[in-house]
Design a protein around this ligand. Structure first.
Ligand SMILES: [Zn+2]
Length: 237
């Protein structure tokens, strides 16, 4: 188990820049999401008013970070960039989706503790966006999978009330997906076909998902149901 405050010393970890905050006096503060360390705030001081790290501190950059833990702070010493996902910037919907996933992760992933499964999911989502998968499907998939990792994702298979299989579709309520009988007309209706779509989006393995999500798919179904997922995060608090 990695402690919240690292012992003084030097470290090297791979990961990505989740957030960056600039301050003219202190340089940059970066929220790095790293293997084994999870998301952690790191100081990247400027040298004589200049950013020493160039583009390597841009959010969405992936690389190997060299760090130094002093008695008071964790400092960035250098970055070896492995992938900057710059090609995403040629597609505004893809880059906006990526930024939303980064914001969501920064907000919801617990700080200072290992979360390699979420880190791998984030990497896969960016690869999917780069591979031209539909951004709204990638976003639904990532959001549901992040909830699932936290143990609070609504089942897309079984009624949250009676546990029966949702073969005829269901209704999306605050408490989960419910069968027609249990929902008593509350919540947003989700047809059997829509449910099959959503299940495909969250359960296909990465490579199959890439091919599948490039096909023409029902955009509204994802947009509508993605909105329904957001309150599940706040249910936790
Ligand atoms: Zn039911």
């Amino acid at each position: 188990m990695i402690p919240i405050r690292l012992p003084q010393g030097y470290y090297t970890k791979t990961g990505t820049v989740l957030l960056r905050r600039d301050s003219s006096r202190e340089g940059q503060s970066l929220l790095l999401f790293m293997r084994e360390f999870g998301p952690r705030w790191v100081s990247a001081p400027s040298a004589t008013g200049k950013n020493r790290f160039g583009g390597s501190t841009e959010p969405m950059t992936w690389g190997e970070f060299s760090l130094y833990q002093s008695p008071s702070k964790l400092y960035l010493q250098g970055t070896e960039v492995k992938e900057d996902f710059l090609t995403l910037r040629s597609s505004p919907p893809a880059v906006l989706a990526a930024l939303r996933l980064y914001k969501l992760t920064a907000k919801e992933a617990p700080l200072n503790c290992e979360n390699d499964a979420a880190l791998r999911m984030l990497w896969s989502a960016l690869v999917q966006l780069r591979e031209k998968c539909q951004p709204y499907i990638v976003e639904f998939r990532y959001t549901w999978k992040l909830l699932n990792l936290m143990g609070i994702a609504p089942s897309l298979d079984l009624c949250a009330e009676c546990g029966e299989r949702l073969t005829d579709g269901g209704r999306f309520t605050q408490e989960g997906m419910r069968c027609r009988r249990c929902s008593q007309d509350r919540g947003e209706p989700v047809s059997a076909q829509e449910l099959a779509e959503l299940k495909g989006a969250v359960s296909l393995p990465h490579d199959k998902f890439i091919l599948w999500s490039r096909e023409t798919r029902e955009k509204d179904c994802y947009i509508k149901n993605l909105k329904k997922l957001s309150p599940y995060f706040s249910n936790m608090r």
